[in-house]
Structures are given as structure tokens and as C-alpha cells.
Write a protein that binds this ligand. Structure first.
Ligand SMILES: Nc1nc2c(ncn2[C@@H]2O[C@H](COP(=O)(O)OP(=O)(O)OP(=O)(O)O)[C@@H](O)[C@H]2O)c(=O)[nH]1
Length: 541
């Protein structure tokens, strides 16, 4: 039973495992939760910060580009001022075209055109455009619109993708006489892409510029310059004149954090963006560092929880195990040895100790009651049998006296049953008084008693029986007076005799004593004729 219970405790759920489960899961959930929420908060902060930075970055680039375009237009206007009074001076025209390109480095090429579209001046000369008629989209548009202009991108007569910035020329009367213009190459080195490239970061951030036709005017991937991009929410927003931030998927499906702003001088938009993955890469590393730093503390915490769980569960576990064996005599000592170091387990142990004390005293009482004759306090039949078995098991020889009160019915009849009980109690006292401590005195029936005398031979038993009988017959029992008893004697061991036969022999001898006149002791005849003779004790009536 004990083994089964212990196995049950080991195999199934127990307090220690429950505490461990609870503490482990609470710790793990707390750790994961704080780890996850800290990751989420930091991620959001990083995204917000990156978006804001890129918005500011786009705005800064817009301002720089606006300034550049304004400056470029001012330079053209200044050349116009010089030429309007002297538009027939070919030398001046050549010199101004050259100065415009080389002095400020704003343009890749410059041209000065009359109102008929004849190219009067060009720089660099290598373009070989002088005296030719304008033929490209931008140069023709400048001729027809006659206003300060920034063209959309187009392929020039010389085969370059470019934009054309122009300023109309008017004479003193305000009549249109031609224009001065400069190109910015989009795919080759120009002041514009130098300006934008300055802000190229190595952290994965990049920017691009689009015009009103969704065409890329600038992009770090020069192959894409000139490409039109329509399915991009940020481009749509910036071309509507909006500035802001957005987390979007680009044309290649890559998640981007974008800040954007529109130009004021041209219908263009600047978009600065950074892949989300690149933005979050340092965070992943940071979180890994946090994990590495917190892991030892986490492991130590789990070990502490494990140790504490054992310590908390240990006394309760021992109490639970002991609770299954409360009837064992060693239980109290086992309970005392349990280290109940906290209030509840200590109270439980105290309660169990109290319970075990009560249980043991109750068991003792019950055992005593179960073995005692309630009227006389002598051994009862069950206890007598047990004692007998003990002697037999120990191979201890003994003599048996079967004692019966003579004419006890008369006592009952004359004095009543209660007085009869008093007589029985008095006889029990006399028997205890006369016999030795090692003898077993039992009341086995109404007025029948048996005395077992260990290590006493039958002959000696007869002498003792006689002494006993004499003592009883001399004892005055109020109000009955003196009573007599008859005693039958047998002994063990005798070859071939078992215990029932020994008792039967004692009974037979008692019957013999009654039959031959009562108030006498008779040894069973099977112990020899001598005993039969000596047992003819006088009848005292
Ligand atoms: N007071 C009392 N009487 C008991 C008790 N047990 C048995 N008796 C009585 O003991 C008497 C036994 O009577 P009998 O068996 O006739 O024996 P006896 O009168 O002693 O006569 P003999 O044994 O032949 O000498 C009966 O009257 C029973 O009622 C008991 O516990 N208390």
C-alpha cells in the first residue's frame, strides 16, 4: 500500500511539480511578455523616428533642390540681362554661353537661341549645335512658351536624358528676342545628382525624385532614371502636393519607411526611404544582446524557483506520505523529524501529531478493551487464546487450571445477579492475588475461570490449585460469605496433545471434581494414577 501511494506521488502531479509548473510558466510568460512588448515598443519607436527623420530629410532635400533651381534660373536671368542690349554681339553670346556653364557649374550644357530657333551660342562647343535650329522637346517648348521654364525629362539632340531650364530674353521694348537655357543631365554627372548624392547614406537609406509624370528624375540606381512609376502611393501623394510619412511596399514588394515632400519651384517630389528590414536590423541585434544579458539571470531564477519549490513541497510531501501510515508505532517519531519550516506545514504537523496521539491512545484503549473481560478486568477468551498461542509458539510448557464456582446459581438466586457479579469480581481479585505475574488469569465463561501457569509441572500445579482453592474458601465475600470452587488441572506439552485437547483435559478434570463432590482439585487421569489419588481433596461445604 505504501509503495503504491509513493509510486502514485512520484508518477502523477504533486505539489512540487505544480509549484514548479506555476512558477516556471509565470516566469516564462512574464519574460516573454516583457521581451515581446519591449521589442514592439522599440520597433515602433524606431519606425516613428526613421519616418520622421526621412520626412525631415526629404524636406531638406526639397529645400536644397528648390534653392538650386531658383539659383539656376537667376543665373540664366542674369545672362539675359547682359544680352538683351547686345543680342547681335556674337562674341558676347559665345562668351556668356561659356561663362554660364563653366563659372557656376550649374549646367551640363548651355545654349543661347534667337526667336527663330537658331542656336546662336553653345557650350561646350563639342556638341556642335551652333547655327543649327532647335529641335528637341525642351528647346522647342522654351521657344513657344516664352516664359521661365523647367522642362520635363527628354532625350536631347545629342542623345542625353536631361531636363532643360530656360529664361526668355526680351529687348528694351519688351519684345521676345530669344532665350538662354541650360541642361541638366539626369544619367550623367550633373550638379543635381551631385547635390542629391551628397545625402546618400550607407545605412540603406536612399532618395529619389519624381516629376509630375511619375518619371524618376533621380534615383541611386541610374538605370531606373527616366522610368515611370505609377503604382506607388507615396509618389501619388507627393505629386498631389502632400508632405508626410508612410510605411509602404515598393514596386519590388520590399517594405519601406518613406518620408516625402513636394518641391515649390518645380512640380516634382522628393522621397527619402529606407527598407524596414534595414531599419529593424539593429533592433534584432539589440534584442539578442538583451536576451544574452538576461538569460543568466533567467536561468538562476529558474534554479532558485526549483530549489524553493522543493523546499516548500518537501514537508508537505513527507506529511502526506506519513499520513498513509498513521497506525505505525514509528509515526510520531517520523512526524517529529519532518522539518516544517513554514506556518502551514508546521500547523499541519502539529495537528497530525495530535491526531496520531489520539489515534494511538484510542487504539490502545480498544486493544485493551478487546482483550479484557469488562466485569473482572481479567483476560477475556480472545486474549487468553492469544496468550496460549504465544506459549505454544515459544515452546514454553505450562499447566492449566480450569476453575468453576460451586453452586453459583444459588448465589444469584439468593442474593441477586448484581451480588453474583460482586462475587465474580472478588474471586478475580483473589486469583490475581494468589497467582504470579507471569501466570495468565482469564474469565472464559459465566463463572468459569482459567489460569495458565508457564513452566509449572502438573504436580506443582496441583499444589498451587489446592492453595488457591483453600484461599478462596477462606475468603469472606460480603454479603454472600465464603464460596468454594472446583478446579480441573492439565498440562502442556504432552506428546500428541494439541492445545484444544489440553483444555479439554482440564475441563474433564473439572467435571470430575464436580462429579466427585465439588470443592476440590482434580488432575486429569491421563497424567497418571498418582494424581488421581492425590486429588481426592476433602469436600468443604
Ligand atoms: N451474577 C452473574 N451470574 C452469572 C454470570 N454468568 C453466569 N452466571 C450464573 O452462573 C450460574 C451457573 O449455574 P450452573 O451452571 O447451574 O452452575 P452452578 O450453580 O454453579 O452449579 P455447579 O457449577 O454445578 O456447582 C447461573 O445461575 C448463571 O446465571 C455472570 O456474569 N454474573
Amino acid at each position: 500500500m505504501r509503495i503504491t501511494v509513493l509510486n502514485g506521488l512520484k508518477a502523477g502531479l504533486n505539489l512540487r511539480r505544480l509549484i514548479l509548473l506555476l512558477a516556471f510558466s509565470a516566469t516564462l510568460i512574464t519574460f516573454l511578455n516583457s521581451y515581446y512588448s519591449s521589442y514592439q515598443v522599440q520597433k515602433q519607436q524606431l519606425i516613428d523616428k526613421t519616418l520622421e527623420n526621412h520626412k525631415a530629410y526629404a524636406a531638406k532635400l526639397v529645400s536644397a533642390t528648390d534653392n538650386f533651381l531658383l539659383a539656376a534660373q537667376q543665373q540664366l536671368a542674369y545672362v539675359g540681362k547682359i544680352l538683351e542690349n547686345d543680342f547681335n554681339n556674337q562674341g558676347l553670346i559665345n562668351a556668356e554661353a561659356e561663362r554660364l556653364r563653366l563659372q557656376t557649374n550649374s549646367f551640363n550644357s548651355t545654349i543661347i537661341v534667337n526667336k527663330q530657333g537658331d542656336i546662336l551660342g553653345v557650350s561646350p562647343q563639342s556638341l556642335k549645335l551652333k547655327n543649327r535650329k532647335v529641335d528637341s522637346f525642351g528647346t522647342k517648348a522654351a521657344l513657344s512658351y516664352r516664359t521661365p521654364m523647367i522642362s520635363e525629362p527628354y532625350i536631347s539632340m545629342a542623345g542625353n536624358l536631361l531636363i532643360f531650364i530656360s529664361q526668355p530674353l526680351f529687348d528694351k521694348q519688351g519684345k521676345f528676342i530669344g532665350y538662354v537655357g541650360g541642361t541638366l543631365y539626369l544619367k550623367r554627372t550633373s550638379i543635381l545628382n551631385q547635390l542629391l548624392q551628397v545625402h546618400y547614406y550607407r545605412d540603406g537609406s536612399y532618395l529619389y525624385v519624381v516629376d509630375e509624370n511619375h518619371r524618376l528624375l533621380y534615383h541611386p540606381d541610374t538605370k531606373r532614371i527616366g522610368e515611370q512609376v505609377f503604382e506607388n502611393p507615396v509618389i501619388k501623394a507627393v505629386l498631389k502636393g502632400q508632405a508626410g510619412t508612410e510605411l509602404l511596399s515598393n514596386s519590388k514588394g520590399v517594405e519601406m519607411l518613406a518620408g516625402f515632400a513636394p518641391l515649390t519651384v518645380a512640380p516634382w517630389g522628393v522621397i527619402a526611404q529606407r527598407p524596414l528590414e534595414d531599419t529593424l536590423a539593429p533592433l534584432d541585434n539589440l534584442m539578442w544582446q538583451v536576451f544574452i544579458k538576461t538569460a543568466p539571470v533567467g536561468v538562476i531564477t529558474l534554479i532558485l524557483i526549483w530549489v524553493l519549490a522543493r523546499k516548500i513541497a518537501s514537508p508537505l510531501r513527507q506529511l502526506a506520505e506519513t499520513a498513509n501510515t498513521l497506525d505505525r508505532p514509528t509515526t510520531t517519531r517520523e512526524l517529529m523529524l519532518i522539518r516544517s519550516w513554514y506556518f502551514e506545514s508546521n500547523e499541519l504537523r502539529k495537528a497530525m501529531l495530535k491526531g496520531v496521539g489520539l489515534l494511538h491512545s484510542k487504539i490502545g484503549l480498544l486493544r485493551q478493551e478487546a482483550q479484557t473481560d469488562s466485569l473482572t478486568g481479567l483476560h477475556n477468551r480472545r486474549s487468553f487464546d492469544a496468550q496460549l498461542s504465544h506459549f505454544i509458539a515459544q515452546r514454553c510448557p505450562f499447566a492449566v487450571l480450569a476453575i468453576d464456582i460451586d453452586h453459583f446459581k444459588r448465589v444469584n438466586d439468593e442474593f441477586g445477579h448484581d451480588i453474583g457479579d460482586v462475587v465474580l469480581q472478588s474471586l478475580a481479585k483473589i486469583l490475581l492475588d494468589v497467582t504470579r505475574d507471569s501466570d495468565v488469569v482469564a474469565r472464559t465463561g459465566g463463572e468459569e475461570f482459567i489460569v495458565i501457569m508457564p513452566r509449572v509441572e502438573v504436580k506443582r500445579a496441583y499444589q498451587l490449585a489446592e492453595r488457591l482453592r483453600m484461599r478462596i474458601s477462606e475468603s469472606y465475600i460480603d454479603p454472600v460469605g465464603c464460596i468454594n470452587v472446583s478446579i480441573g488441572i492439565s498440562g502442556w506439552p504432552i506428546e500428541q496433545l494439541n492445545i484444544d485437547e489440553v483444555l479439554k483435559l482440564a475441563d474433564q478434570a473439572l467435571y470430575q471434581a464436580k462429579k466427585t463432590g465439588r470443592n476440590r482439585s482434580v488432575v486429569n487421569a491421563s497424567y497418571g494414577q498418582d494424581f488421581a489419588t492425590i486429588s481426592e481433596s476433602p469436600i468443604l461445604e
